[in-house]
Design a protein around this ligand. Structure first.
Ligand code: GLN
Length: 487
């Protein structure tokens, strides 16, 4: 098998080659590094690639495989979004502020993957501090959509989604605060899961909005997604929001039909401005779910239209508090030229943060300030409770809720950069799940104008097994997930 073919495999395909000793992890890793060499100057999905480390880790993995105690991810080359701590490897958040920051520790997810002897190829590009929907807010360079290099890959996990779609890694981890795993997965034609809030530890994830942030897998298919979830989910005492729950084997949810399941279609999720091609692919996929045995029912989530407003109070408020730590003293970039302490603080933050991050900090600081707190933050919290209850009620009647993941396919670079509200609208269908803390997956579900469309499947809190069941059934009935961009 040549390098290009090797790198295009799924995790489970590569696993059987590794276990059958047809290929070694070193060969697999070299194939991925070769692929990166071939396409990365066009895609720009990586902030950094660590060849020597990857080969060294692959050699270790090969030793483990030789001993016969390989785990499901042993020896498989992967990428991590560059907001997850990797000991000895720069973790930049695609920000000038952390450009030279080398963490002295691993995030829990990094550690869990290392425990399986996974191979870290490099770190994925993102919108600075995960704020954005196109990866154009990266302080370094925008990532491009492998399906059309003039278009964005989505964001903020645009690097991870593009890298997986372009076969520059077997899988990646993203973070999702308002849609940052699902929306880029949808725009790049790959699978992305935002787990239930608290299911995957965020220890070592650079905080954006702590009541919304969650880490999850970005993969080529649903089986791979279940395999990565098996590795990263589970209680962690170092994350105070981590749930103490039993983790099922998610691969057990695969390969079942959908009989007995009720799937809700919320009328409010066919939003104004949705592209016709996205709407028709969504309706077609819902029909397929019906033909696979699920009962399709209409459901209503009338407060959906408030989700965006709630999110853009809560997320900036939390970010303004979380990002206060970047003062030039404790972490990262420090402007040493100013003469006074306040001057140094101002210069450090003025030069270290990009425009979108500053906009969010200002919005959040305003919403939290005395006199405005009740009018904005407190009110948003109340609406958050209403949205959460509305989902709970809906899930008394249905097992899952489906919609398009994004109202549009990938848009052109620069198309929305001058209009933040247009950019924010990219996430209208994904951010309710973060507000409610429930899980959601995006799976390839069609093409429109030659670009991928994703279907979003939302489940009850800790209902990942149901989401996997539906996602896998849809995948098996279609071939969208097998299509790869020609680069
Ligand atoms: N696009 C949304 C934002 O800009 C969500 C980002 C995310 O999920 N990290 O905030």
């Amino acid at each position: 098998m040549d390098g290009a073919t090797l790198s295009s495999l799924t995790i489970h395909e590569a696993r059987s080659l590794l276990d059958g000793r047809t290929v070694s992890s070193v060969e697999l890793t070299k194939a991925v590094l070769g692929r990166i060499e071939e396409v990365e100057d066009r895609v720009k999905a990586y902030v950094s690639v660590n060849k020597d480390l990857a080969i060294e880790q692959a050699e270790q993995a090969d030793k483990r495989i030789a001993k016969g105690n390989a785990a499901p991810l042993t020896g498989i080359p992967m990428q991590l979004k560059d907001n997850m701590a990797t000991r000895g490897v720069a973790t930049t958040c695609s920000s000038r502020m952390l450009e030279n920051y080398i963490p002295p520790y691993d995030a829990t997810v990094t550690q869990r993957l290392y425990e399986q002897s996974a191979v870290l190829v490099g770190k994925g590009n993102l919108d600075e501090f995960a704020m954005g929907s196109s990866t154009e807010n990266s302080a370094f360079f925008p990532t491009r959509n492998p399906w059309d290099l003039d278009r964005v890959p989505g964001g903020s996990s645009g690097g991870p989604a593009a890298a997986v779609a372009a076969s520059e890694c077997f899988y990646s981890l993203g973070s999702d605060t308002g849609g940052s795993i699902r929306q880029p997965a949808s725009l790049c034609g790959v699978v992305g899961l935002k787990p239930t809030y608290g299911l995957v530890s965020r220890y070592g994830l650079v905080a954006f909005a702590s009541s919304l942030d969650q880490i999850g897998p970005i993969t080529k298919d649903v089986t791979d997604c279940a395999l990565v979830m098996n590795a990263i989910a589970g209680y962690d005492p170092r994350d105070s929001t981590s749930l103490k729950v039993e983790i099922p084997d998610y691969t057990k949810s695969l390969g079942q039909d959908l009989s007995g399941l009720r799937i809700g279609v919320p009328t409010e999720y066919f939003v104004e401005g949705m592209e016709p091609g996205v709407e028709s692919a969504t309706r077609k996929s819902i029909e397929i779910l019906g033909s696979l045995g699920a009962e399709i029912v209409e459901t209503s989530l009338p407060h959906t239209s408030y989700a965006l407003a709630v999110y853009y109070i809560l997320a900036p408020s939390e970010c303004s508090a979380n990002l206060a730590r970047y003062d030039g003293v404790k972490y990262g970039f420090s402007d040493r030229e100013a003469e006074t302490m306040w001057g140094a603080l101002e210069q450090t933050r003025g030069r270290g943060f990009g425009p979108e991050v500053k906009r969010r900090i200002m919005l959040g600081t305003y919403a939290l300030s005395a006199g405005y707190y009740d009018a904005f933050y407190l009110k948003a919290q109340r609406v958050r409770t209403i949205i959460r209850r509305e989902f709970e009620q809906a899930f008394e009647d249905v097992d899952a809720i489906v919609s398009a993941t994004s109202p549009t396919v990938a848009f052109e670079l620069g198309a929305k950069t001058s209009d933040p509200v247009q950019m924010y609208l990219s996430d209208v269908l994904t951010l309710p799940a973060n507000i409610a803390g429930i899980p959601g997956i995006s799976v390839p579900a069609g093409m429109s104008e030659g670009l991928p469309v994703g279907l979003q499947i939302l489940g009850r809190a800790l209902g990942e097994h149901t989401i996997f069941r539906i996602a896998h059934a849809l995948e098996q009935a279609t071939d969208w997930h097998t299509r790869r961009p020609s680069l």
